[in-house]
Design a protein around this ligand. Structure first.
Ligand code: CA
Length: 242
């Protein structure tokens, strides 16, 4: 219930026609490192409004999902990308519609890349993520963090974020950007050149809000070794077939 003084102030503002600045949106997520900016903060929303590369934001935001279990960050990200691209989808029996879900995305082709039961235990490596995505009719390009410079990393992603019909998924080490804790996968939705930051639409929505992260920090978080693949993490660039 609002306090009496709060009610008086908002009533007064209403009477006088004064715009009341929106407060930060409350979320039941973990606190953020000071190097990260939540999209839910006024500052984070302003970064989005002023961002130079945000073509991908609306199609991704309209398909934003929460990962279904703790190992399905790559699966949830893939579902978002495929639905955003409008790739022909299998039937989702619960809705009697053709639409990708974290259940119907699996088929013999994805099982040949990696079995679902194994994903549920250990998640996806960058190569497995690319393999799952490219089992559908799209083209993928994989950039390993250890094999690109910061400039190449920034350029490839920012260019994609300004173009339609293609998307970026990043595989990074959370603790390298000040989050808890291990390897993670989520789509990137925008780039702000003035602050040199990328916006990650984090699919573990129960844990963190979407955050703006410095390009250099994200690049370094991809230049970390995944113990399963013994290779670095990185990004997958996904395009619709021409
Ligand atoms: Ca794009």
């Amino acid at each position: 219930m609002p306090s009496f003084s709060g009610m008086v102030l908002s009533s007064l503002a209403l009477l006088l026609g004064i715009a009341v600045a929106p407060a930060s949106i409350k979320a039941q997520t973990l606190p953020l490192d000071e190097s990260l900016t939540s999209l839910l903060s006024p500052e984070g929303q302003q970064l989005l409004q002023e961002s130079e590369a945000q073509t991908d934001y609306v199609p991704l935001a309209s398909q934003f999902v929460t990962q279904q279990n703790q190992a399905f960050c790559g699966i949830a990200s893939t579902v978002m990308i495929l639905n955003a691209l409008g790739i022909p989808a299998p039937e989702a029996p619960e809705w009697e519609r053709q639409y990708f879900t974290q259940e119907n995305i699996f088929n013999p082709a994805t099982e040949a890349v990696i079995e679902r039961s194994l994903i549920e235990r250990q998640g996806l490596t960058l190569a497995e993520l690319a393999g799952i995505i490219s089992s559908y009719p799209v083209t993928v390009e994989v950039l390993y963090g250890a094999e690109v410079t910061l400039d190449e990393f920034r350029q490839a992603i920012a260019t994609n974020l300004a173009e339609g019909d293609n998307f970026v998924v990043v595989n990074y080490l959370r603790r390298a950007i000040g989050q808890e804790t291990g390897g993670h996968i989520s789509p990137i939705a925008a780039y702000d050149a003035d602050t040199d930051r990328f916006l990650i639409l984090d699919v573990s929505r129960y844990k963190y809000p979407p955050v703006w992260v410095e390009a250099e920090a994200l690049w370094q978080a991809t230049d970390t070794i995944d113990s399963v693949s013994e290779r670095s993490r990185g990004v997958v660039l996904v395009s619709a077939l021409e």
